[in-house]
Design a protein around this ligand. Structure first.
Ligand SMILES: NC(=O)c1ccc[n+]([C@@H]2O[C@H](COP(=O)([O-])OP(=O)(O)OC[C@H]3O[C@@H](n4cnc5c(N)ncnc54)[C@H](O)[C@@H]3O)[C@@H](O)[C@H]2O)c1
Length: 302
């Protein structure tokens, strides 16, 4: 019975028959409580999702959020094929955990976002595997900490190549496929650093790159506004991922400093972003474009 109900639920979500969905849910609540009740527009069922930098950290968490919301078709992009495929296998297993009836088809694809050619190939592989792409998250990004006076130029250029140009190549390939479809959601992962200057660590190019990403997203949202393709920005505060752990390993006192500067008194966990990414990529945000959601424990408000 539980399996049958969940099949009905997914079909109803796919066809947008919200009235019958509510009826089914009401029936279910008296019989069995398999899944929590939520607005059907938040469902990612039937959508093909692509995430860059998805082998770990926030990118992998975004994929988990999509699978948890019903997505069964995922392109998992990262620098190394082995790591991308490893994450894809993890997501398939996670899919079985959250819904035993649905098989998640996750494909690991090698992609260096700083290379336009590599991004093009990754989108071609995605279209070959799934036929379309509905939600794209440009999450791949790096950070270094040097003073502006000492920053090695080659590292600075590499950072801009990944954070800025890589985000653009990703969004442009996405739009090439989404515009003919007449629909699609693109999310740029910027940072609270797009809005403020982080202290005490020194990271001028990172902050500038994220401000560029934010304004790039706003500009593309206007340029593609009438095509059905939405472009939004997710700006996390300090989230405990490998990227952050590498920074904290160099300066162990930093964690306490950052916690003290955050109104909520803690650093974020990657899963704290799950609701925001699903909102931005699902039909729950169909009239939203060029907007930024900050998820930072209140950091930017003081
Ligand atoms: N963790 C935080 O506190 C935080 C805060 C604000 C914004 N962000 C942003 O979130 C995004 C993800 O950060 P994270 O914390 O998950 O980092 P992470 O280092 O844990 O993961 C980043 C992933 O991107 C991949 N990657 C790096 N260069 C790449 C390239 N050229 N092509 C494809 N993939 C590449 C890495 O292999 C890795 O899997 C970044 O854009 C980062 O700037 C992170």
């Amino acid at each position: 019975m539980a399996a049958l109900s969940s099949v009905f639920l997914r079909r109803a979500a796919l066809t947008g028959r919200s009235c019958s969905l509510f009826a089914i849910r009401r029936t279910m609540s008296t019989q069995t409580q398999t899944r929590p009740v939520t607005l059907p527009t938040f469902s990612m069922a039937g959508k093909v999702c692509l995430v860059t930098g998805a082998a770990r950290g926030l990118g992998l968490e975004f994929c988990r959020a999509f699978v948890g919301s019903g997505c069964t078709s995922l392109a998992v992009l990262d620098l190394l094929q082995s790591e991308a495929q490893g994450a894809a296998e993890e997501l398939k297993a996670y899919g079985k955990e959250v819904n035993a009836d649905a098989e998640v088809n996750a494909v690991g694809i090698e992609c260096d976002v700083s290379s336009e050619e590599s991004v093009k190939k990754a989108f071609e592989s995605t279209i070959e595997a799934f036929g379309r792409v509905d939600a794209v998250v440009a999450s791949a990004g790096i950070v270094h900490n040097y003073s502006a006076l000492e920053y090695p130029v080659d590292k600075m250029k590499r950072l801009y190549d990944i954070n800025v140009h890589g985000s653009f190549f990703t969004a442009r390939e996405a739009a090439k496929h989404m515009i003919p479809q007449g629909s699609g959601a693109i999310v740029f992962v910027a940072s609270m650093s797009a809005n403020i200057v982080n202290v005490p660590q020194l990271q001028m190019p990172y902050n500038a790159s994220k401000a560029a990403v934010k304004h790039m997203a706003e500009t593309l949202a206007v340029e593609w506004g009438k095509t059905g393709v939405r472009v939004n920005i997710l700006s996390p505060g300090y989230m405990q991922t490998k990227l952050l752990r590498e920074v904290l390993a160099i300066d162990t006192k930093l964690k306490e400093t950052w916690e003290a500067m955050t109104p909520m008194g803690r650093l974020g966990n990657p899963e704290d972003l799950a609701g925001a990414i699903v909102f931005l990529c699902s039909d729950a945000s169909t009239f939203m474009t060029g907007s930024e959601i900050r998820v930072d424990g209140g950091y930017c408000t003081i």
